[in-house]
Design a protein around this ligand. Structure first.
Ligand code: 3IO
Length: 346
């Protein structure tokens, strides 16, 4: 009797063991070969044909190639999983492994980045992206402490685009103009009524007349067909918008070190690639908009340029002084900003 019982329990144990080991076979460590890749879901708030989403496609291609497909990247642009409102929190909470959003959309959360977003004389998106990428490495934002920063880049300096012609400050007073939220003081200084919203909401707001114009980079005239509601631009460079792509920290820590190395190598490369893509795309969009939609870029008179300079000039210094008085290294950051702009503009 007793012997039968022992045999039975031995049999049950062996059966369990075989279940467990076969289970292990299916769960073989991901990332060791292309048949069992590490899957990274990567989300963004705006449509797939916009430049930040094109950056994601390029990153996916490079990471998959350079890891021999041991990593598989799944892209979710268009706000399908996370929007600009919950992107970074969603990544932190593990809704997706990676997310791309704009620090400029979140006033107060990234105080030092707010300095480099204000008008600083960037010649184009390539220089702005290189500068912002370096600043983020040198001054890692506290709000990203629990994230791995994957890459960062920026727009070209943004321009005012409207459905009515603007050639003076006077003509802008009280107009409802969309801008991204951290840089609304730019429009307040110019005398307009700023309305902040995500780029994802811009097309409809223009169509329904909620706003009469926008401040942003000019590739969206073509990519989002905004030229259908915007006939004029003012040829005066304003603030930039900064983007940072992040990965969940636990996911990052779990990656094999050679895969981490591939991703780290791509950080600055992607900043440069995106800046260059963006600049060529802006040129193409402007040509297309002028030729197909009679879009007009208005040059300000010298007197007007001086008037615009005068109202905008104090903005950055005042903001820096405020942050400095709160104990942040704002002056050092600002100094480094101009050093990097001049270094990368050569
Ligand atoms: C942007 C955001 C999403 C898709 C395309 C885009 N082009 C420029 C931006 C930055 C932005 O939101 C802004 O306020 O200029």
């Amino acid at each position: 009797m007793k012997r039968k019982k022992v045999l039975l329990s031995l049999f049950v144990t062996l059966l369990l063991l075989s279940f467990i080991t076969s289970g292990c076979g299916d769960n073989q460590q991901a990332g060791t070969d292309a048949d069992n890749p590490i899957v990274l879901k990567y989300a963004f708030f705006a449509p797939a044909n916009t430049f930040p989403a094109q950056q994601m496609e390029k990153w996916k291609e490079e990471v998959e190639n350079r890891t021999n497909n041991r990593v598989k990247v799944e892209l979710f642009p268009g706000g399908t999983i996370l929007t600009d409102k919950n992107m970074y929190d969603g990544v932190k909470n593990g809704v997706v492994e990676m997310g791309l959003s704009s620090t400029t959309y979140e006033p107060g959360r990234f105080p030092l980045l707010g300095i480099s977003d204000l008008p600083s004389g960037y010649p184009n998106a390539t220089v702005a992206s290189k500068v912002v990428y370096d600043l983020i490495q040198e001054y890692p934002p506290e709000a990203f402490q629990d994230f791995k920063i994957i890459t960062a880049f920026a727009t070209e300096p943004n321009y005012l685009m409207t459905n009515f012609p603007v050639s003076t400050l006077q003509g802008l007073q009280g107009k409802r103009i969309r801008i991204s939220s951290s840089v609304t003081p730019v429009l307040t200084q110019l005398g307009a009524s700023p309305i902040s919203m995500s780029m994802a909401e811009v097309p409809q707001s223009l169509q329904t007349g909620i706003v009469e114009g926008i401040v942003t980079s000019r590739e969206v005239l073509k990519d989002l067909k905004l030229v259908e509601n915007l006939s004029y631009g003012v040829d005066y460079p304003l603030s930039i918008v900064t983007f940072v792509a992040v990965m969940n920290k636990n996911v990052w820590d779990s990656l094999p070190s050679d895969i981490q190395q591939v991703i780290d190598e791509l950080g600055q490369e992607m900043a440069i690639w995106t800046g260059e893509y963006k600049d060529s795309h802006v040129a193409e969009s402007l040509d297309w908009s002028k030729n197909n939609h009679a879009f007009e870029l208005i040059r300000l008179s010298q007197d007007e340029i001086e008037a615009w300079n005068q109202v905008l000039q104090p903005l950055q210094d005042e903001y820096v002084a405020d942050l400095q008085s709160k104990g942040l290294p704002a002056e050092a950051y600002q100094e480094r900003l101009y050093e990097l702009i001049s270094q990368y503009s050569q």
